[in-house]
Design a protein around this ligand. Structure first.
Ligand SMILES: Nc1ncnc2c1ncn2[C@@H]1O[C@H](COP(=O)(O)OP(=O)(O)OP(=O)(O)O)[C@@H](O)[C@H]1O
Ligand SMILES: [Mg+2]
Length: 188
């Protein structure tokens, strides 16, 4: 098993073992910390993944953003080209399940360009405490997209997802900040 795969499996297992009370308090802490950031406060348009399975929850984040009159854009993936596009939604009803079980915008409409995104919430399984290197699920979708994105890139993580170093390759794009339940780790 290669090194990236090994770390992915280890963190996935920890995510699945996180007990529900702790998960709830971690999620609340992360959302609180995120909302303190200038990047959040000043952003009009926020791009965020819809959390799935045991990941840090992003549903509450959507509610908060909408309450604060922010615009939310959600990724839509194209597995044939391995590209992602971001589309504005105003309600969860505008999402549908893909064949792979991901929730994505139903419509190809309301697409935003990368320069219209003021804050990118970047998903990931593990992050390097040393320098913000991130390890995703292995599709390379975010690494490709982030090549042309110049705005702030912030990840949300449970404490055990931040580890001393993560295996990385040249194409891996780092994040600027990692928001944890009790602290924000800043690289840029
Ligand atoms: N900018 C890029 N251009 C072309 N191929 C890329 C690029 N970035 C990553 N890839 C390819 O994508 C594949 C998966 O990369 P990697 O293992 O880093 O995924 P990941 O970071 O876990 O996934 P994601 O970015 O979707 O979260 C690799 O084979 C890699 O060569
Ligand atoms: Mg990568």
């Amino acid at each position: 098993m290669n090194e990236k795969k090994w770390v992915r499996e280890r963190i996935k297992s920890k995510l699945s073992l996180l007990e529900s009370e702790k998960r709830t308090s971690y999620n609340q802490g992360i959302l609180q910390q995120l909302q303190q950031l200038d990047e959040w406060k000043s952003a009009n348009t926020i791009a965020t993944p819809i959390s799935f399975r045991d990941e840090v929850d992003t549903y509450e984040l959507l509610t908060k953003a909408w309450e604060q009159n922010k615009t939310i854009a959600i990724p839509k993936t194209d597995f044939s080209t391995k590209e992602m596009s971001f589309h504005v939604i105003t309600s969860l009803k505008e999402l549908e399940y893909t064949k792979l079980g991901l929730l994505e915008p139903r419509s190809e409409e309301y697409r935003v360009t990368s320069s219209e995104i003021d804050l990118m919430i970047v998903p990931g399984l593990a992050f390097s405490k040393e320098n913000g290197t991130r390890l995703g699920y292995g599709g390379g979708f975010y690494d490709r997209y982030l090549n042309d994105y110049t705005g702030p890139k912030i990840s949300l993580a449970f404490p055990f997802q931040v580890i001393p170093t993560v295996p990385s390759e040249k194409h891996d794009v780092k994040v600027d900040k990692i928001v944890c339940p009790l602290q924000v780790i800043t690289y840029k």
